[in-house]
Design a binder for this molecule. Structure first.
Ligand code: NAP
Length: 218
Protein backbone atom coordinates (compact mmCIF):
# COMPACT_ATOMS: atom_id res chain seq x y z
CA UNK A 1 0.00 0.00 0.00
CA UNK A 2 1.38 3.42 -0.92
CA UNK A 3 0.03 6.82 0.15
CA UNK A 4 -0.11 9.35 -2.68
CA UNK A 5 -1.35 12.93 -2.35
CA UNK A 6 -4.06 13.73 -4.90
CA UNK A 7 -3.70 16.96 -6.88
CA UNK A 8 -6.48 19.58 -6.68
CA UNK A 9 -9.32 19.03 -9.19
CA UNK A 10 -8.73 22.36 -10.99
CA UNK A 11 -11.41 23.67 -13.37
CA UNK A 12 -11.93 20.59 -15.52
CA UNK A 13 -11.05 17.77 -13.13
CA UNK A 14 -13.07 15.26 -11.17
CA UNK A 15 -12.18 13.67 -7.84
CA UNK A 16 -13.55 10.20 -7.27
CA UNK A 17 -13.59 7.69 -4.44
CA UNK A 18 -13.34 4.04 -5.55
CA UNK A 19 -16.23 1.96 -4.24
CA UNK A 20 -15.45 -1.49 -5.67
CA UNK A 21 -12.99 -2.97 -8.16
CA UNK A 22 -12.60 -6.58 -9.31
CA UNK A 23 -9.43 -8.50 -10.15
CA UNK A 24 -9.73 -9.76 -13.71
CA UNK A 25 -7.23 -12.19 -15.26
CA UNK A 26 -6.08 -9.47 -17.67
CA UNK A 27 -5.14 -7.25 -14.70
CA UNK A 28 -2.68 -9.90 -13.55
CA UNK A 29 -1.37 -10.38 -17.11
CA UNK A 30 -0.75 -6.61 -17.32
CA UNK A 31 1.30 -6.69 -14.13
CA UNK A 32 3.19 -9.70 -15.48
CA UNK A 33 3.87 -7.72 -18.66
CA UNK A 34 2.26 -10.42 -20.81
CA UNK A 35 -0.86 -8.47 -21.85
CA UNK A 36 -0.89 -6.55 -25.17
CA UNK A 37 -1.61 -3.31 -23.27
CA UNK A 38 1.15 -2.17 -20.95
CA UNK A 39 0.58 0.86 -18.73
CA UNK A 40 3.22 3.59 -18.45
CA UNK A 41 5.06 3.28 -15.13
CA UNK A 42 4.66 4.07 -12.32
CA UNK A 43 1.14 2.62 -12.54
CA UNK A 44 -1.69 1.55 -10.27
CA UNK A 45 -3.17 -1.88 -10.95
CA UNK A 46 -6.79 -2.60 -11.86
CA UNK A 47 -8.68 -1.65 -15.00
CA UNK A 48 -12.29 -1.95 -13.94
CA UNK A 49 -14.37 -0.70 -11.05
CA UNK A 50 -16.99 1.75 -9.92
CA UNK A 51 -16.26 5.04 -8.19
CA UNK A 52 -18.32 7.81 -6.65
CA UNK A 53 -17.77 11.38 -7.76
CA UNK A 54 -16.76 13.45 -4.74
CA UNK A 55 -15.83 16.80 -6.25
CA UNK A 56 -15.96 18.40 -9.71
CA UNK A 57 -14.22 21.45 -11.16
CA UNK A 58 -16.18 24.51 -12.27
CA UNK A 59 -15.92 23.57 -15.98
CA UNK A 60 -17.29 20.05 -15.51
CA UNK A 61 -20.65 19.90 -17.24
CA UNK A 62 -22.05 16.39 -17.00
CA UNK A 63 -20.81 14.67 -13.85
CA UNK A 64 -22.06 15.67 -10.41
CA UNK A 65 -20.96 14.74 -6.86
CA UNK A 66 -22.68 11.50 -5.87
CA UNK A 67 -22.71 10.05 -9.42
CA UNK A 68 -21.38 6.55 -9.92
CA UNK A 69 -18.76 6.42 -12.66
CA UNK A 70 -16.64 3.86 -14.50
CA UNK A 71 -13.22 4.50 -16.05
CA UNK A 72 -13.44 4.37 -19.84
CA UNK A 73 -9.92 3.23 -20.66
CA UNK A 74 -7.51 0.57 -19.49
CA UNK A 75 -4.68 1.69 -17.19
CA UNK A 76 -6.89 3.93 -15.01
CA UNK A 77 -5.68 2.00 -11.96
CA UNK A 78 -8.82 1.09 -10.03
CA UNK A 79 -7.08 -0.63 -7.10
CA UNK A 80 -6.84 2.58 -5.12
CA UNK A 81 -8.91 4.67 -2.75
CA UNK A 82 -9.28 7.81 -4.80
CA UNK A 83 -8.18 9.57 -7.97
CA UNK A 84 -8.31 12.91 -9.73
CA UNK A 85 -8.90 12.69 -13.47
CA UNK A 86 -10.55 14.40 -16.42
CA UNK A 87 -14.32 14.21 -16.92
CA UNK A 88 -13.68 12.48 -20.27
CA UNK A 89 -11.90 9.63 -18.50
CA UNK A 90 -15.18 8.55 -16.91
CA UNK A 91 -18.65 7.42 -17.90
CA UNK A 92 -21.55 7.55 -15.48
CA UNK A 93 -23.48 4.41 -14.66
CA UNK A 94 -27.02 4.05 -13.36
CA UNK A 95 -27.53 3.46 -9.67
CA UNK A 96 -30.43 1.17 -10.56
CA UNK A 97 -27.96 -1.70 -10.71
CA UNK A 98 -26.12 -3.08 -7.69
CA UNK A 99 -22.68 -1.89 -6.69
CA UNK A 100 -21.11 -5.22 -7.64
CA UNK A 101 -22.87 -5.20 -11.02
CA UNK A 102 -21.63 -1.67 -11.66
CA UNK A 103 -18.10 -2.66 -10.65
CA UNK A 104 -18.02 -5.58 -13.10
CA UNK A 105 -20.20 -4.51 -16.03
CA UNK A 106 -17.50 -2.97 -18.19
CA UNK A 107 -15.03 -5.75 -19.01
CA UNK A 108 -16.89 -9.04 -19.25
CA UNK A 109 -20.58 -8.29 -19.98
CA UNK A 110 -19.66 -5.54 -22.47
CA UNK A 111 -17.24 -7.91 -24.23
CA UNK A 112 -19.98 -10.53 -24.43
CA UNK A 113 -22.44 -7.97 -25.78
CA UNK A 114 -20.04 -6.77 -28.48
CA UNK A 115 -19.19 -10.32 -29.57
CA UNK A 116 -22.89 -11.07 -29.98
CA UNK A 117 -23.46 -7.95 -32.06
CA UNK A 118 -20.31 -7.17 -34.06
CA UNK A 119 -19.57 -10.28 -36.10
CA UNK A 120 -22.83 -11.88 -37.24
CA UNK A 121 -26.42 -10.85 -37.67
CA UNK A 122 -28.14 -13.10 -35.18
CA UNK A 123 -31.92 -13.27 -35.00
CA UNK A 124 -34.03 -15.12 -32.42
CA UNK A 125 -33.70 -18.85 -32.95
CA UNK A 126 -30.11 -18.62 -34.30
CA UNK A 127 -27.53 -20.74 -32.52
CA UNK A 128 -24.08 -19.89 -31.21
CA UNK A 129 -21.44 -22.15 -29.76
CA UNK A 130 -18.72 -21.26 -27.25
CA UNK A 131 -16.04 -22.94 -25.18
CA UNK A 132 -14.92 -21.84 -21.72
CA UNK A 133 -18.63 -21.36 -21.13
CA UNK A 134 -18.29 -21.10 -17.37
CA UNK A 135 -15.84 -18.19 -17.71
CA UNK A 136 -17.04 -14.77 -16.63
CA UNK A 137 -17.43 -13.75 -20.29
CA UNK A 138 -19.09 -17.07 -21.12
CA UNK A 139 -21.68 -16.62 -18.41
CA UNK A 140 -22.45 -13.13 -19.70
CA UNK A 141 -22.77 -14.55 -23.24
CA UNK A 142 -25.28 -17.12 -21.97
CA UNK A 143 -27.43 -14.50 -20.26
CA UNK A 144 -27.38 -11.91 -23.06
CA UNK A 145 -27.97 -14.59 -25.72
CA UNK A 146 -30.96 -15.92 -23.78
CA UNK A 147 -32.39 -12.41 -23.55
CA UNK A 148 -31.96 -12.07 -27.34
CA UNK A 149 -33.74 -15.38 -27.97
CA UNK A 150 -30.56 -17.08 -29.25
CA UNK A 151 -29.82 -20.76 -28.63
CA UNK A 152 -26.49 -21.49 -26.97
CA UNK A 153 -24.33 -24.59 -27.10
CA UNK A 154 -21.90 -24.29 -24.22
CA UNK A 155 -18.74 -26.37 -24.01
CA UNK A 156 -17.06 -26.82 -20.62
CA UNK A 157 -14.21 -28.97 -19.37
CA UNK A 158 -15.22 -32.17 -17.60
CA UNK A 159 -14.86 -32.11 -13.79
CA UNK A 160 -16.05 -34.05 -10.76
CA UNK A 161 -18.97 -31.67 -10.05
CA UNK A 162 -20.04 -31.43 -13.69
CA UNK A 163 -23.78 -31.86 -13.02
CA UNK A 164 -23.68 -28.93 -10.60
CA UNK A 165 -21.98 -26.66 -13.13
CA UNK A 166 -24.34 -27.74 -15.93
CA UNK A 167 -27.31 -26.93 -13.69
CA UNK A 168 -25.82 -23.55 -12.80
CA UNK A 169 -25.25 -22.57 -16.44
CA UNK A 170 -28.71 -23.83 -17.41
CA UNK A 171 -30.19 -21.65 -14.66
CA UNK A 172 -28.50 -18.66 -16.36
CA UNK A 173 -30.27 -19.55 -19.62
CA UNK A 174 -27.89 -22.02 -21.34
CA UNK A 175 -29.76 -24.28 -23.77
CA UNK A 176 -27.11 -27.00 -24.04
CA UNK A 177 -24.09 -27.57 -21.82
CA UNK A 178 -21.70 -30.29 -22.94
CA UNK A 179 -18.17 -31.28 -21.97
CA UNK A 180 -15.22 -31.21 -24.36
CA UNK A 181 -14.89 -34.95 -23.84
CA UNK A 182 -18.52 -35.53 -24.91
CA UNK A 183 -18.13 -33.33 -28.00
CA UNK A 184 -15.04 -35.33 -28.98
CA UNK A 185 -16.63 -38.74 -28.38
CA UNK A 186 -20.24 -38.25 -29.55
CA UNK A 187 -20.28 -34.98 -31.51
CA UNK A 188 -23.25 -32.63 -31.58
CA UNK A 189 -25.50 -34.47 -34.11
CA UNK A 190 -28.26 -34.94 -31.55
CA UNK A 191 -28.30 -31.22 -30.71
CA UNK A 192 -28.39 -30.32 -34.42
CA UNK A 193 -31.63 -32.30 -34.76
CA UNK A 194 -33.19 -29.68 -32.46
CA UNK A 195 -31.43 -26.41 -33.37
CA UNK A 196 -29.67 -25.07 -36.47
CA UNK A 197 -25.89 -25.23 -36.70
CA UNK A 198 -24.20 -22.21 -35.05
CA UNK A 199 -23.72 -19.04 -37.09
CA UNK A 200 -21.28 -17.75 -34.47
CA UNK A 201 -18.51 -19.48 -32.54
CA UNK A 202 -16.73 -17.91 -29.57
CA UNK A 203 -13.36 -19.38 -28.66
CA UNK A 204 -11.62 -18.20 -25.50
CA UNK A 205 -9.31 -21.20 -25.14
CA UNK A 206 -7.61 -22.05 -28.45
CA UNK A 207 -5.97 -25.34 -29.39
CA UNK A 208 -8.10 -28.47 -29.48
CA UNK A 209 -10.94 -26.73 -27.64
CA UNK A 210 -11.00 -23.99 -30.28
CA UNK A 211 -11.16 -26.70 -32.94
CA UNK A 212 -14.31 -28.11 -31.35
CA UNK A 213 -15.98 -24.72 -31.78
CA UNK A 214 -14.69 -24.19 -35.31
CA UNK A 215 -15.59 -27.66 -36.61
CA UNK A 216 -19.23 -27.34 -35.55
CA UNK A 217 -20.06 -24.05 -37.24
CA UNK A 218 -22.72 -23.73 -39.93
N1 NAP B 1 -12.36 -7.12 -24.19
C1 NAP B 1 -11.63 -8.20 -24.27
O1 NAP B 1 -10.84 -8.40 -25.18
C2 NAP B 1 -11.82 -9.26 -23.22
C3 NAP B 1 -12.40 -8.94 -22.01
C4 NAP B 1 -12.59 -9.96 -21.06
C5 NAP B 1 -12.18 -11.26 -21.36
N2 NAP B 1 -11.60 -11.53 -22.55
C6 NAP B 1 -11.18 -12.91 -22.89
O2 NAP B 1 -12.30 -13.76 -22.65
C7 NAP B 1 -11.85 -15.02 -22.20
C8 NAP B 1 -12.50 -15.38 -20.87
O3 NAP B 1 -12.04 -14.47 -19.90
P1 NAP B 1 -12.64 -14.53 -18.42
O4 NAP B 1 -11.98 -13.50 -17.61
O5 NAP B 1 -14.12 -14.55 -18.53
O6 NAP B 1 -12.10 -15.98 -18.00
P2 NAP B 1 -12.24 -16.76 -16.62
O7 NAP B 1 -13.48 -16.37 -15.91
O8 NAP B 1 -10.94 -16.69 -15.90
O9 NAP B 1 -12.44 -18.27 -17.13
C9 NAP B 1 -11.44 -18.94 -17.86
C10 NAP B 1 -12.11 -20.06 -18.67
O10 NAP B 1 -11.15 -20.71 -19.49
C11 NAP B 1 -11.29 -22.13 -19.30
N3 NAP B 1 -10.00 -22.76 -19.54
C12 NAP B 1 -8.79 -22.40 -19.04
N4 NAP B 1 -7.84 -23.23 -19.51
C13 NAP B 1 -8.46 -24.10 -20.33
C14 NAP B 1 -8.01 -25.21 -21.12
N5 NAP B 1 -6.72 -25.57 -21.14
N6 NAP B 1 -8.91 -25.90 -21.83
C15 NAP B 1 -10.23 -25.57 -21.81
N7 NAP B 1 -10.73 -24.52 -21.09
C16 NAP B 1 -9.84 -23.82 -20.35
C17 NAP B 1 -11.74 -22.27 -17.84
O11 NAP B 1 -12.32 -23.53 -17.67
P3 NAP B 1 -12.21 -24.33 -16.25
O12 NAP B 1 -13.28 -23.76 -15.37
O13 NAP B 1 -12.46 -25.72 -16.67
O14 NAP B 1 -10.83 -24.08 -15.70
C18 NAP B 1 -12.76 -21.12 -17.78
O15 NAP B 1 -13.97 -21.51 -18.39
C19 NAP B 1 -10.32 -14.95 -22.14
O16 NAP B 1 -9.83 -15.45 -23.37
C20 NAP B 1 -10.06 -13.45 -22.03
O17 NAP B 1 -8.81 -13.11 -22.55
C21 NAP B 1 -11.42 -10.55 -23.49
Amino acid sequence: MEQVLLPPVGDGGVRVHMLAAPINPADINMIQGTYPILCPLPAVGGNEGVAEVIEVGSDVTVLRPGDWVLPIDACFGTWRTGAVCEEDDLISVSKDISLLEAATVFVNPCTAYRMLHDFQTLTPGCTLIQNGSNSAVGQAVIQIAAALGLKTINIIRGRPNCAELIEELRSLGADYVITEEEVMSSGLCQIFEEVPKPKLGLNCVGGLSGGLVLSNLE
